[in-house]
Write a protein of this length. Sequence first.
Length: 94
Amino acid sequence: MYTKNDVQQFENVVKALADNGALNPEVCEIAVKAVYAKLEGREELFSRAGAARYLMCSLKTIDRLCDEGKLTRIRTSKRAIRIRLSELKQMLGI
């Protein structure tokens, strides 16, 4: 688990990289928000496969739900996609 100091150090490094043009500022902002969320324990994310297991459906169904706007794709890197646990619970009516 992260400490507040870890998150502040991460934020400083990411902002410096954004200021130097090494990283996209929008991506940096999203990354910092995600780390703060993790620190506060607010948001749990699942991979597409994990989301499919959680909803007991196929990857194709997860992709279709994302395409229809019923689930939000969160890109954590160029290839990695994550789905919010809160959205999965909403799909199940929990």
